[in-house]
Ligand binder design. Structure first.
Ligand SMILES: N[C@@H](CCC(=O)N[C@@H](CS)C(=O)NCC(=O)O)C(=O)O
Length: 203
């Protein structure tokens, strides 16, 4: 398998960490999609990462759909999102909060990255930043409730934990000026980032 995209992309990073946790070997193609769109377009008509190219040459796109397929390959006992029941809902909903934080931090970041100064709309940046802060504060409460356990109450690390920690680290990286008061989430993310599966994808 070949995973396209840099680890600064939180969507790419959550795929890489899932593959690492499941001991599924892959080659990492750290292509910068805005610099080499041709490399990505060859496999993904949308020219976006993550794109995961399988051994048979077929390409998977969209991180949620890719993770679903990875879980299918791993089987129900190892899947990072439980196949059914209340814990599946909990994992998916917490992971969705993480993905929402990723998107909002990305949009605030893109506003200055891709617009000339005179076209940057500060109220839109503020709108997204406020949602990043609200999302992370909510996740701080979940981290507090989880204590030394996992976010969705699972026995082992799940996709909820991966997506939350990746989102938090990404938000801190691309929105460094935000004032965040999330001590329990800080502790949780530090714990996740210390795991070998995360370390192998360091930002
Ligand atoms: N919803 C998509 C988001 C993917 C995404 O936004 N990727 C960014 C990099 S972080 C990208 O490829 N941007 C290039 C572009 O949109 O032109 C997913 O979860 O995979």
């Amino acid at each position: 398998m070949e995973l396209y995209g840099v680890y600064l992309s939180p969507y790419t990073r959550r795929i890489a960490i899932a593959l690492n946790l499941l001991d599924m070997p892959y080659t990492h193609n750290a292509v910068r999609v805005f610099e080499r769109p041709d490399v990505v377009r060859e496999h993904n008509p949308l020219t976006r990462v993550p794109t995961l190219v399988l051994e048979d040459g077929s390409a998977l796109i969209e991180s949620g759909a890719i993770l679903d397929e990875i879980d299918q390959m791993a089987g129900p006992d190892r899947a990072l999102t439980p196949p059914s029941g209340p814990s599946r809902r909990a994992v998916l909903q917490i992971a969705a909060l993480g993905v929402g934080v990723m998107e909002k931090a990305q949009w605030a970041f893109y506003e200055t990255r891709f617009h000339p100064e005179e076209k940057v709309h500060q109220p839109w940046i503020d709108h997204n930043d406020a949602q990043v802060i609200a999302g992370l504060e909510h996740l701080n409460g979940l981290a507090k409730a989880a204590g030394d356990g996992w976010m969705a109450g699972t026995q082992a690390i799940s996709q909820a934990d991966i997506s939350v920690a990746v989102a938090h680290s990404f938000a801190k990286k691309v929105r460094p000026a935000l004032t965040l008061n999330v001590p329990d989430l800080d502790k949780f993310t530090t714990r996740c980032e210390a795991l070998p599966a995360f370390q192998a994808t360091a930002l």
